[in-house]
Ligand binder design. Structure first.
Ligand code: ADP
Ligand code: MG
Length: 825
C-alpha cells in the first residue's frame, strides 16, 4: 500500500524546505534536527521506498539522493543546480488525489524542516501552547513554531546542539598554530570579492575579542555581485559570533587566521547580557537557531518552561528498569541536558534521553516481531533423519565451515519450533551463503514441502539454477527456473510442475511472484540479496504459501548497531568465516598516470588464461552518461591497449537479454576483459576472473568497493584488485586505504558507516532509519544494547504495561508514525 497522504505531505515538506533554503542563500540551512540537505535526502529516501506512481524504478530519485548527500560539500553553483533538479523532479511526481496539503491543523505553521515527530514524550505538557509561557507571547511563539516547537513540551525537548564552557574559552592572544579551537568574538569587518584568478569568490571576516583579531576565510564558486552582497550581508559588523576551526598563522599579515571555520551568530546583544547567569559563568547550551531566534531568548524560555512545568512531567519508565540500567529520572535528565552543572550531569542526562529514543524504537520492533511470531502457527519441519540434507552435504567436494554449520543449526532450531522462521543471514561475499540456503530449502523437501529461492537479477537466478541442477539431480530432485524471458510454453509447464509438486525447488527473479505462479505446498522461502527487494516483494513471495519459513540473505554487511535498528525484528545469523584455502586478494591503490601498471597486470593475467574486470563508476548520476563512458573505455581498451584480447562491455542501458548474453560469454571464457559499470556488482561468480580494476575508485562507497572486489578471488588463483584514482587528497587516500588494509566486510562496513553516517551508509533503498535527535548509532552502541535488552524484556512481560500506563500510551501512540516504513514483512 502506498501511503499517498504521507507522500503528499512529505513532498510538501520538501517544497517548503526548498523555499527556506533559497531564502537563506543556499547555506544548507539548519532545521531543528538536521541540516536541509540531510532532511531532503532522508525524505527522498522515504519516497523511494514507497515507489510512487510516475517513477520507473526510479533512477532519477536515486541520483537526486546522491546529490543531496554531497550537498553539504558542494559549492553554491552546484547547490543551485541541485535545487533546480529537485524542483523539476517534484514537478514530475504524480501523487494521486490532487493538490498537496499540510498535515497539521495549524495551517499557519511556517516551516518544519524535520517532518518527523520528535522523541517520545512525557505527559502533561503536550497541550500547553508555548505562547502562553511567560516571556514568550504570540510573536516569539511564531518563531518557535518555525523550528517545530509548538507546545511547552516541544520546547523542553528542543535540545542544545552543543555547549560552551565559558570558563575554558580561548582568547585570541593565546591561540597557537594548528590548534582546534572555538573562539567567541565580534565581527569587526567583512568583505566579499572575486579572486584575481577569476575562478573563485572569497568571503573574509575579521573577528575580534578583547585580546586580538583573527581573520576567517571561505571560498565559493565564482559568484555574481548580488550573491557576493548577500554573503557579506549575512555577517554584519557587531554580530557576536562563535568560530570553530583550526588555527593558521597568516605570515603575510602577521596574524592568525582560520580557513572555512564553522561559524554561528550568537546574538546581537549577548555581550551586554554578561550579568545573566544563564549565559555566562557555566556550561552554556547553544541551540540551533533560525532568523530572529536568538540564544538568549531561547535559554530564558526553556528555563521558564522548566520552572513552570517540569514537575508535571511523569516518567514513563519503570523504576526497576531505571535502577537496572543506571538511568536518571526524566525530569533530571531534561533539566541537565539544558543546563548541566558539570560534565557528569550532562552525560547522565544524555544517557537517559538517548536510552529513551532507542528504547521506544526497540519496543516497537519487539512488538512487530512478537506479533509475527505469535499470530500465526508456523510449520514444524522437524524431520531431519539423515535424509536429503545430509546426503547433499556429503556430496559436496568440501566440508562445511564452522560458521556454516553453526548457522544451519540456528536455522534448524527455527524450523523445528512452531513459530515461523523469520531470519536474516548476513555473510560477506564468498562466505558460502548459497550452500546454507540450499540446505534450508532441502529441509522443506525432506518434510514434504516445496522451496522457493528468489534472486534480484536473471544472471544470479540462473547461476543459482545451474548450481541447483548440479546438486539436486543426483538426489533425484527437480528444480524450476522462473525468469522473465521464459516462453509461454515453458512457463505453462513450469507452473504445472510447481502446482502438482513435481518441481521441488523453484528459483527465479520477480517472475516468481507473478500472481499466476502457484505452489502446491510451499514450505520455505529464501530471498537472496534481500536489500534489493522491497518489503512488498518479500511479502508477496511469502504469501505464496501458508506462513512458510523465511530466510533472507545479504552480502552487504550492516554494522551490528544498524542491523539492530533496521532489522531489529528479525533474528540475525552471521557467516563470519570464509571457506578455507582462499588466497587473499592483493589490493593496491594507484594514481592516475599509473593506470598503465594496471593494464600490464591485466595483460599478464590474461596471458596466463585468466580474465579481468574493469569497472567504471556512475558518472554525474546519469546512467546514460555512464553507459557512454563505459562504451568509450571499452573501445579504447580494445583498440589501443589490448588489441590482442577480446574486450566485452556491460552497462545498465543494455537490454536484459544483452546483459545476460555478455555475462554468460564472460562466464564461459569467451571474453577476456569485461568493461562494466556497477551492474556487475551483485553475486556474480566467475572463478577464472582474477583482476578487478576499479577506475575513479574515490567515487564509490567502501562497502560497494568491497562488493566489487568480491567478484574476484573466487577460484584457486591469486587475485588482484586495483583501485585507481586521480584524487591525491589525504582523505581519499585514508579512506581507500581501509580497503587495501582489510578484507573483512564487517570491518569495512563499520568504518564506512563511521565516515559517512548511518543514513548514507544504508543508501537509497533501505534507509528505514528512525529519526534520532540525540542518539548516535556509532557511539551509543552500549546504550543501544541496553535499550534492546530492556525492550524485549518488556514485550515479554506485557503486564509491565498495566503498572505503567504512560509507557503503554507512548509505545502505542508511536505505532502510527515512523515505523510503518520499517521492513517488517
Ligand atoms: P556468497 O555467500 O557470496 O553467496 P557463495 O555461496 O557463492 O558465496 O560461495 C562462494 C564459493 O565458495 C562457491 O563457489 C561455493 O561453492 C564455495 N563454498 C561454499 N562453501 C564452501 C566451503 N565450506 N568450503 C569451500 N568452498 C565453499
Ligand atoms: Mg550469493
Amino acid at each position: 500500500m502506498i501511503p499517498v497522504e504521507e507522500a503528499r505531505l512529505k513532498i510538501e515538506d520538501i517544497r517548503q524546505a526548498i523555499a527556506y533554503e533559497k531564502k537563506f542563500q543556499y547555506i544548507d540551512v539548519q532545521g531543528r534536527k538536521k541540516p536541509f540537505s540531510r532532511f531532503v535526502s532522508e525524505t527522498l529516501n522515504k519516497l523511494a521506498q514507497w515507489q510512487l506512481p510516475g517513477e520507473s524504478e526510479d533512477r532519477q530519485l536515486g541520483q537526486l539522493i546522491q546529490r543531496f548527500n554531497n550537498y553539504a560539500y558542494a559549492d553554491v553553483g552546484t547547490r543551485m543546480n541541485t535545487l533546480d533538479a529537485l524542483e523539476r523532479y517534484l514537478e514530475t511526481l504524480t501523487v494521486p488525489g490532487g493538490q498537496p496539503r499540510r498535515k497539521t491543523v495549524r495551517q499557519d505553521k511556517p516551516v518544519e524542516i524535520n517532518g518527523e515527530p520528535a522523541a517520545p514524550r512525557g505527559r502533561g505538557v503536550h497541550d500547553t501552547d508555548v505562547q502562553y509561557l511567560k516571556g514568550v507571547g504570540p510573536r516569539l511563539a511564531r518563531l518557535l513554531n518555525s523550528v517545530g516547537v509548538h507546545t511547552v513540551e516541544d520546547l523542553l525537548y528542543y535540545f542544545p546542539r552543543r555547549y560552551l564552557d565559558y570558563h575554558n574559552r580561548v582568547k585570541i592572544k593565546d591561540l597557537e598554530e594548528g590548534q582546534d579551537v572555538t573562539i567567541l568574538g565580534t565581527i569587526t569587518g567583512s568583505s566579499a570579492y572575486n579572486a584575481k584568478s577569476g575562478k573563485v569568490s572569497v568571503l573574509n571576516l575579521t573577528v575580534a575579542d578583547e585580546t586580538g583579531r583573527i581573520s576567517a576565510t571561505w571560498f565559493y564558486a565564482k559568484a555574481n555581485r548580488a550573491l557576493l552582497e548577500s554573503y557579506k550581508s549575512r555577517w554584519s559588523k557587531g554580530a557576536e559570533v562563535m568560530l570553530s576551526g583550526r588555527v593558521k598563522v597568516d605570515r603575510f599579515k602577521n596574524r592568525f587566521s582560520i580557513d572555512r571555520p564553522q561559524i554561528e551568530v550568537l546574538s546581537y546583544a549577548d555581550a551586554a547580557e554578561d550579568a545573566s547567569s544563564l549565559n555566562v559563568g557555566r556550561i552554556v547550551p547553544v541551540y540551533p537557531l533560525t532568523e530572529g531566534l536568538n540564544l538568549r531568548f531561547l535559554r530564558r524560555a526553556i528555563h521558564q518552561a522548566m520552572e513552570d512545568h517540569l514537575d508535571t512531567i511523569a516518567d514513563p519508565l519503570p523504576d526497576e528498569l531505571k535502577r537496572k540500567y543506571g538511568l536518571i529520572g526524566l525530569r533530571d535528565a531534561l533539566r541537565n541536558i539544558h543546563f548541566p552543572d558539570t560534565l557528569e550531569h550532562y552525560e547522565e542526562a544524555r544517557k537517559r534521553l538517548v536510552f529513551d529514543e532507542l528504547f521506544y524504537v526497540q519496543v516497537r520492533l519487539a512488538l512487530i516481531r512478537a506479533n509475527y511470531k505469535r499470530s500465526v502457527k508456523g510449520l514444524s519441519l522437524d524431520k531431519h533423519d539423515g535424509g536429503l540434507c545430509d546426503r547433499f552435504a556429503a556430496s559436496l567436494p568440501f566440508e562445511l565451515t564452522n560458521a556454516q554449520q553453526k548457522v544451519f543449526q540456528e536455522i534448524l532450531q527455527d524450523l523445528k519450533s512452531p513459530e515461523p522462521m523469520y531470519r536474516l543471514l548476513q555473510g560477506d561475499v564468498g562466505s558460502g551463503k548459497t550452500v546454507v540456503a540450499v540446505m534450508t530449502l532441502l529441509m522443506a523437501v525432506e518434510n514434504g514441502y516445496q522451496g522457493a529461492l528468489m534472486a534480484p537479477t536473471e544472471i544470479l537466478a540462473e547461476q543459482h539454477y545451474r548450481k541447483l541442477i548440479e546438486w539436486l539431480t543426483p538426489l533425484g530432485l527437480r528444480a524450476g527456473l522462473f525468469v522473465g524471458k521464459s516462453t509461454v510454453r515453458q512457463r505453462r509447464e513450469l507452473k504445472q510442475g510447481l502446482l502438482n509438486g513435481q518441481i521441488h525447488i523453484a528459483v527465479g527473479t520477480h517472475a516468481l511472484i507473478q500472481h499466476d505462479v502457484e505452489f502446491g505446498n510451499l514450505g520455505v522461502v529464501v530471498v537472496d540479496e534481500q536489500h534489493r527487494f522491497g518489503v512488498r516483494q518479500r511479502t508477496l513471495l511469502k504469501d505464496k504459501g501458508d506462513h512458510p519459513e523465511m530466510l533472507t540473505m545479504t552480502a552487504t554487511p550492516i554494522p551490528r548497531t544498524l542491523a539492530m535498528t533496521v532489522h531489529g525484528d528479525l533474528d540475525v545469523s552471521l557467516l563470519d568465516e570464509l571457506p578455507p584455502g582462499r588466497t587473499p586478494i592483493l589490493t593496491s591503490l594507484l594514481y592516475g598516470k599509473q593506470a598503465k601498471k594496471a593494464h600490464d597486470l591485466i595483460r599478464m593475467e590474461v596471458a596466463k588464461g585468466r580474465q579481468a574486470y574493469v569497472v567504471l563508476p556512475l558518472i554525474e548520476e546519469s546512467e546514460t552518461l555512464s553507459a557512454k563512458a563505459a562504451t568509450t573505455e571499452a573501445e579504447r581498451l580494445q583498440g589501443e591497449v589490448f588489441p590482442e584480447f577480446r574486450v566485452g562491455l556491460l552497462h545498465g542501458k543494455m537490454r536484459p537479454e544483452e546483459k545476460d548474453a555478455v555475462m554468460s560469454a564472460f562466464a564461459h571464457g569467451q571474453i577476456d576483459v569485461l568493461v562494466s559499470t556497477t551492474v556487475v556488482e551483485v553475486g556474480v561468480d566467475v572463478p577464472n576472473a582474477t583482476v578487478m580494476v576499479i577506475e575513479n575508485a574515490d567515487r564509490f562507497g567502501l562497502a560497494q568497493l568491497h562488493q566489487l572486489r568480491g567478484r574476484v578471488g573466487r577460484g584457486c588463483h591469486q587475485s588482484h584488485c586495483i583501485l585507481l584514482t586521480d584524487t591525491r587528497g589525504e582523505d581519499t587516500r585514508q579512506r581507500l586505504q581501509i580497503l587495501t588494509d582489510s578484507e573483512n566486510g564487517f570491518d569495512i562496513a563499520e568504518k564506512d558507516m563511521a565516515l559517512r553516517g548511518p543514513g548514507e551508509f544504508l543508501g537509497t533503498r533501505q534507509s528505514g532509519l528512525p529519526d534520532f535527535v540525540l542518539a548516535d548509532l556509532i557511539h551509543d552502541k552500549a546504550i543501544l544494547e541496553m535499550a534492546r535488552e530492556a525492550a524485549f524484556a518488556v514485550v515479554d512481560n506485557p503486564e509491565v504495561f498495566e503498572n505503567y500506563p504512560e509507557l503503554r500510551d507512548i509505545v502505542f501512540q508511536k505505532t502510527e508514525d515512523t515505523f510503518n516504513v520499517l521492513g517488517s514483512g
